[in-house]
Design a protein around this ligand. Structure first.
Ligand code: FES
Length: 106
């Protein structure tokens, strides 16, 4: 099973099991990763699952939907080029070892 490492804003790293087919948000939530609130449970209605991805990672991900693009603008933390809503990203085997940055606020 892939593992994904969530890096908190203070540099703390938390490695979690990331089952293929679940979303990155679900992997974080199921392992109680602090800073991934996911208030809407993945319904694309809260932007509290905001994460930052590297350029390489972004290049491997499907493009944002128009709905994700709209909702991410409601994120409390700064929206950057690597910003995505993690409830919209399904885990694949390729993601094993990825380090995903958690914003300083949701
Ligand atoms: S969990 Fe609410 S938008 Fe992702």
């Amino acid at each position: 099973m892939p593992k994904i490492i969530f890096q908190e804003a203070d540099g703390t790293r938390i490695e979690v099991e990331a089952p293929v087919g679940k979303t990155i948000m679900e992997a974080a939530r199921d392992s109680n990763v602090p800073g991934i609130d996911a208030d809407c449970g993945g319904a694309l209605a809260c932007a509290t699952c905001h994460c930052y991805f590297s350029d390489d990672q972004i290049g491997m991900l499907p493009a944002k939907s128009a709905s994700e693009e709209d909702m991410i603008n409601f994120a409390n933390a700064e929206v950057k080029d690597g910003s995505r809503l993690s409830c919209q990203i399904s885990i694949t085997q390729d993601m094993d070892g990825w380090v995903v940055q958690v914003p300083d606020t949701q």
